[in-house]
Ligand binder design. Structure first.
Ligand code: MLT
Length: 238
């Protein structure tokens, strides 16, 4: 039976074998929600980089560059990290360099996996259907916040475990914990995470509509996948 596991923060990734697995990186607020939205609205490629200077170097080569630190747009870059910024028709067909506080670091730390996918509530069904179809064990890597666990990423991980638990062996307690968080929250997720650290941080910046949008389920049928360090939309999902 295939196995599914959850890595609650990239700080614990050294405890997990990535080879042979499909990794789903999740950063609900807001990196992977932005990336999913970007591909759904026609962005062609996203280059995720962990450091600001890497992103700046790509910008100097002529790429559009998005950079966020502490939930704010970093000085001197073109785009912030709100999904609404990626609904711009001017971005159709473009390649965008992206660095965020946690999400892009989680992606770059997962490259040993057989496949790295980008997951969010916005494309949850597409992710689940694909994982169900593929033969690989699965590891959901939560981006967290600066090495610490956050609630929303564990909530998404639990939603995926809940959808797959009849066909995957739920290997350890982090996956079981994520499942229990989702079971407790599923009827009113926004209320459940109202006091979480990142919701409070985003609220403090007036980004309420980002919070609400990033929790919407199955809005987009897109499957972003990492190919040679570049995120693209998977063409034939099945
Ligand atoms: C992250 O990288 O943790 C998020 O994308 C931060 C944010 O944009 O709120």
């Amino acid at each position: 039976m295939k196995k599914i596991d959850v890595c609650p923060t990239p700080e614990l990734l050294h405890l997990y074998r990535l080879t042979g697995k499909i990794v789903v990186v999740v950063d609900i607020f807001r990196a992977t929600s932005c990336m999913t939205t970007a591909f759904a609205h026609g962005v062609a490629k996203i280059i995720p980089v962990a450091q600001l200077d890497e992103c700046r170097a790509l910008q100097k080569q002529g790429l559009i560059a998005a950079a966020e630190r502490d939930a704010r747009k970093a000085e001197g870059f073109d785009l912030d990290n709100s999904p609404f910024s990626y609904m711009n028709p001017e971005l159709i067909g473009q390649t965008i360099a992206v660095t965020t506080t946690n999400g892009t670091l989680a992606i770059t730390k997962s490259i040993e996996a057989d496949q790295v996918l980008i997951g969010s509530f916005l494309n949850k069904k597409t992710i689940v259907d694909y994982l169900h179809f593929m033969p690989n064990d699965v590891l959901i890597v939560c981006a967290g916040w600066k090495g610490k666990i956050n609630l929303e990423d564990m909530l998404f991980a639990g939603a995926v475990v809940c959808s797959l638990k009849n066909d995957f062996f739920v290997e350890d307690d982090s996956a079981l914990s994520a499942l229990m968080i989702y079971e407790a929250a599923k009827f009113n997720m926004i209320k459940f995470i109202a006091n979480s650290s990142h919701v409070r941080r985003l609220h403090g910046l007036g980004l309420i509509r980002d919070i609400e949008f990033c929790l919407r389920e199955d809005v987009y049928d897109v499957l972003p996948v990492l190919e040679n360090g570049i995120l693209v939309k998977m063409k034939t999902v099945k």
